[in-house]
Design a protein around this ligand. Structure first.
Ligand code: ARE
Ligand code: CA
Length: 486
């Protein structure tokens, strides 16, 4: 008994330090020599979801579906207010927010780890509040530039490059990194005190069991500042920097890849418009970071309110985009799960105390034609996504072969392992995709979800004479792999 708990504790420590021996060895990139270790497997961003809800879903949904990691919204104390973006105005690093208490956060991490799901926390470390004065969600009184126990006025940049101190010109490196992002008090991340204080917060979260971090607004901190902070964490801690690629801008994601992974915004910008135009093509990836450095997504909490071509509002196209991303051989994919809204500022449902009440995903099996405001869009519970995670595992490291098209229908094979076909057009199409899969009857894991023994769900695709023949309705995606046959 004693021995077992010692082993469990040792494993827990190893996991907390990111030393897990079984951390997806198979998925390690070949070109890893100069690229830091990162997070692998399929992730899901669960935007504004309370800790108790994520903890429950790790056991009931994420683990069983094969998700490897979950990205949470920021866990630190923030300004009060009903908008979702209060999470991005830190008041203190106390882990007590509208999403839950520190105990609830720790319990979530434990439940997720027990289900084989790592937790990546969103780290808001470039700035504190824009709001001038007030009391934070956990009761901390503050004024802009003075946050008790953490920072005083000397710890901020106080930019004088623009009339109001806010960033106006993204082509100016100095403005982007030392002026205020939408008026948010900009930390002097070159200062030793600021770096140590931030590293202390992140170390605390690692102690609660998180595996790594999204670095919010990383573009707004010099890469050397981010590197110095990350260097204070255990070696190998995965970090994903948010550096939105902007065509004419001097600061590009490539500057941050020596620190860890980056979100590659160009990925969705290439894929999304193809779907809405109904013209799918093999990816060009002209301006992408190397695969091992890239975390890719169809949309996230900013782009679903901004320039994302495809979001939950697009129903089957949203699912198609997720499926094509999961079928790809580029990057680490993260599926997005949020809530429906008509007001872009609107927060998720909250109780009188401002705590997010969360939402039930039970019964969600696929995208809905329409959602009520505040209703959860539970992509993590869609059986097609679980089917595609199984498909991705079956595809493994197999090469992505050039695709074939007929009309709007497009498909490709991961050599000898798996085939996917999608029809973003407005009329039905039949597409034969060349494949080296053995002849036979395969189960469509998009229609029926994973592991349908003998294709019990009834949706099948025939492979014969070196081709998989897909009959696709308008908007339909179908996918087959070696491990699911009729
Ligand atoms: C809110 C209000 C503002 C108000 C401000 C202060 O919306 O009107 O001025 O509060 O009171 C989130 C929301 C913001 C919100 C903020 C603070 O999105 O609306 O402001 O929280 O509560 C740039 C950054 C990038 C950033 C995006 C939003 O480079 O890092 O802007 N994304 C992250 C998060 C956001 C979050 C923050 C950062 C701040 O994902 O959710 O803001 O913590 C070009 C450039 C991009 C630039 C983009 C938009 O594409 O290339 O770099 O992104 O324009 O300006
Ligand atoms: Ca900054």
């Amino acid at each position: 008994m004693l021995r077992r708990s010692v082993v469990v504790a040792a494993v827990a420590v190893a996991l907390a330090l990111g030393l897990s021996a079984c951390a997806s060895a198979a998925a390690q990139p070949k070109e890893s020599a100069s690229i830091p270790a990162g997070i692998t497997g399929v992730g899901v961003e669960m935007f504004q979801r309370p800790w108790t809800s994520i903890g429950t879903e790790c056991g009931s949904t994420l683990g069983p579906a094969g998700f490897s990691w979950v990205l949470t919204s920021p866990p630190q104390e923030h300004i009060t207010g009903t908008q979702w973006w209060t999470s991005y105005q830190p008041v203190s690093y106390t882990v007590d927010s509208k999403l839950g208490t520190e105990q609830q956060f720790a319990d979530m991490v434990k439940a997720c780890r027990a289900a084989g799901v790592k937790v990546i926390a969103d780290a808001v470390i470039n700035h504190m509040t824009a709001q001038g004065a007030g009391t934070g969600f956990a009761g901390t009184a503050f004024t802009k530039y003075a946050y008790p126990g953490l920072y005083g006025p000397k710890d901020f940049h106080h930019c004088t490059l623009t009339p109001d101190g806010s960033i106006q010109d993204y082509t100016s490196r100095a403005q982007v990194q030392t002026c205020e992002l939408v008026g948010l008090a900009d930390l002097d991340t070159a200062s030793a005190h600021v770096r140590t204080t931030i590293a202390g917060y992140l170390t605390h979260l690692l102690g609660l069991g998180v595996a790594g971090f999204r670095i919010d607004a990383a573009k707004h901190m010099a890469a050397e500042d981010v590197a110095a902070i990350v260097a204070m964490l255990p070696k190998g801690t995965p970090v994903i920097s948010e550096v939105i690629r902007g065509a004419e801008e001097p600061i590009q994601p490539e500057e941050y890849t020596r620190i860890g992974q980056v979100f590659e915004f160009a990925y969705a910008r290439e894929l999304g418009p193809q779907l809405t135009a109904g013209v799918l093509m093999d990816p060009a990836r002209a301006d992408h970071v190397p695969s091992a450095s890239a975390v890719v997504f169809v949309d996230n909490h900013d782009t679903e309110r901004g320039d994302a071509a495809v979001t939950y509002r697009d129903g089957p196209l949203d699912l198609m985009a997720d499926a094509l991303m999961l079928a790809d051989d580029y990057g680490t994919p993260v599926v997005y799960s949020g809530y429906a809204f008509s007001d872009p500022d609107a927060g998720p449902p909250q109780d009188a105390s401002g705590h997010v009440t969360g939402w039930e995903c039970a019964g969600a099996t696929g995208p809905k034609a329409s959602y009520a405001d505040g209703e959860g869009v539970c992509a993590e519970a869609w059986k097609s996504i679980a089917g595609m995670i199984e498909w991705r595992d079956a595809a493994g490291a197999a090469e992505r072969r050039p695709g074939v098209s007929k009309g709007a229908a497009y498909g490709f094979e991961r050599t000898g392992r798996a085939v996917i076909a999608a029809n973003p057009g407005s009329s039905p199409a039949t597409l034969a995709v060349p494949t080296t899969l053995p002849a036979g009857t395969y189960c469509d894991v998009i229609a029926d979800g994973p592991s349908m023994d003998g294709c019990a769900g009834g949706a099948t695709v025939r492979v014969s004479d070196g081709a998989a023949t897909f009959d696709l309705d308008a908007g339909q995606t179908a996918a087959i792999h070696l491990g699911a046959t009729g």
